[in-house]
Design a protein around this ligand. Structure first.
Ligand SMILES: Cc1cc2nc3c(=O)[nH]c(=O)nc-3n(C[C@H](O)[C@H](O)[C@H](O)COP(=O)(O)OP(=O)(O)OC[C@H]3O[C@@H](n4cnc5c(N)ncnc54)[C@H](O)[C@@H]3O)c2cc1C
Length: 384
């Protein structure tokens, strides 16, 4: 009987795995793709929507543009995964049976138990989130005045926080909006854990854009008008976006897969504690020896290629490949500007200017082209 491979999620991990599976399975098994939206969101460029909602057409790629006609797509929100029954349950009460499943459900925002954070902050994990931030910033800007500007706060200065603050600055400057932007980081420096030269280059560009940076002062509480800190005065805000961390999806709480805060533990071949379930992307903590794979788009799309191949090999009883993560450098936007770091083959460690911007655009365009077509990537180019 033909086996069924079910892929859960339509992010970099899920969409990339579908492409790879179609390629490597060559019709030998049925592919079912389950996700809560009928499109793949180019999440690592979703912050562009905060400045200009028209960009949504460029970062939203329909599943029919990605998958082959033979792959069955089911729109639904996963509510559970039963490894004993080999069944995935969906929010409409239906179930999907699998022979092999790939968990690629991404992550959700972590609040670390800080009182009021969940209730009072906006997040950036979806297209709707980006559109809400746009609306809220626009509304606050309308009510601000040059004497009493609106205060927009971004909590967490990682990839999402830095790029979000940069887009809000671009929004402010393009509309001459009376808006003050604060970027808060609990640790000693922005983009924690990264190269000091890169941190310095990002800080310089953020400060040039008039973004107030506060580091080494963790948020202890938030209410509907102010953010409270370990030390110093509270900060009153009009809009508060929280991008300070990630954790696993709630729908995996009851599954018996080994996990850490609902992020599923997987080996370097993506197999989890259950032989028939694999996991990649932000949903997974992939054991690569010293450190796990980073929760980035870059890691997810690299893993997706090998995961598709491994699932195909598994259905044929072949030995699985071991994945090694290759760090191809970091590209971060601060509005229209970008900073590049650690790009293989480039002798300068950290650089900005047109070269960094071109690289950043090029990476997004390449992904869109790989998932859909060169024409689609060309149309998206001005928005990246
Ligand atoms: C603003 C921003 C900027 C970023 N910038 C960069 C960057 O410059 N470089 C970089 O490498 N990384 C960047 N990242 C991180 C990167 O986007 C993530 O690491 C990446 O999206 C992870 O891919 P994924 O496929 O695991 O998860 P996701 O892309 O989050 O995809 C998860 C998928 O699962 C679906 N899903 C979730 N729950 C359910 C459910 N219950 N049922 C059905 N479907 C579900 C979602 O709708 C989505 O389709 C950025 C992230 C953000 C938010």
């Amino acid at each position: 009987m033909t086996e069924t491979v079910v892929v859960l999620g339509a992010g970099y991990a899920g969409a990339g795995a579908i492409k790879s599976l179609e390629n490597h399975l060559d019709g030998d098994a049925d592919i079912v793709w389950v996700a809560d939206h009928e499109y793949h969101l180019v999440l690592h460029e979703s912050h562009r929507v905060i400045r200009n909602p028209d960009v949504r057409g460029s970062v939203r790629l329909g599943v029919d543009e990605i998958k082959s006609p033979g792959t069955r797509f089911i729109r639904g929100s996963v509510t559970g995964l039963d490894t004993a029954e080999r069944e995935i349950s969906l929010d409409d009460g239906s179930t999907v049976s699998y022979d092999y499943a790939l968990v690629a459900l991404g992550s959700r925002t972590a609040y670390y138990g800080i009182p009021g954070l969940d209730e009072h902050s906006l997040t950036l994990k979806s297209l709707d989130d980006a559109l809400s931030i746009h609306e809220r910033v626009k509304e606050a800007a309308r009510e601000g005045t040059p004497e009493d500007p609106a205060t927009i706060v971004v909590g967490g200065a990682g990839l999402s926080g830095i790029q979000t603050a940069g887009e809000i600055a671009e929004f402010r400057d393009s509309r001459r909006a009376p808006v003050e932007i604060h970027l808060l980081e609990a640790l000693e420096e922005i983009f924690p854990g990264n190269d000091p030269e890169l941190q310095g280059a990002l800080r310089k560009r953020l400060v040039e854009r008039g973004i107030e940076i506060s580091t080494a002062n963790p948020i202890t509480e938030a209410d509907d008008g102010a953010i409270y800190f370990d030390s110093g005065d509270p900060l009153e805000y009009d809009v508060f976006v929280w991008t300070g961390g990630i954790t696993g999806r709630d729908c995996l709480t009851d599954s018996d897969l080994e996990n850490d805060h609902n992020r599923v533990n997987a080996d370097a071949n993506f197999r989890t504690s259950n032989d028939r379930v694999f996991a990649i992307g932000d949903s997974a903590i992939i054991d690569l020896g010293d450190t796990p794979a980073p929760p980035t788009a870059q890691a997810a799309w690299q893993a997706a290629e090998v995961a598709g191949k491994n699932l195909a090999r598994e259905t044929r009883g072949q030995v699985l490949d071991t994945w090694t993560y290759e760090n191809k450098g970091t590209l971060i936007s601060v509005g229209e500007a970008a900073v590049a770091h650690g790009i293989p083959g480039v002798p300068i460690g950290t650089f900005g200017g047109p070269a960094a911007k071109l690289l950043k655009k090029g990476v997004a365009a390449r992904w869109i082209a790989d998932m859909t077509s060169i024409g689609r990537a060309a149309r998206a180019w001005p928005d990246m």
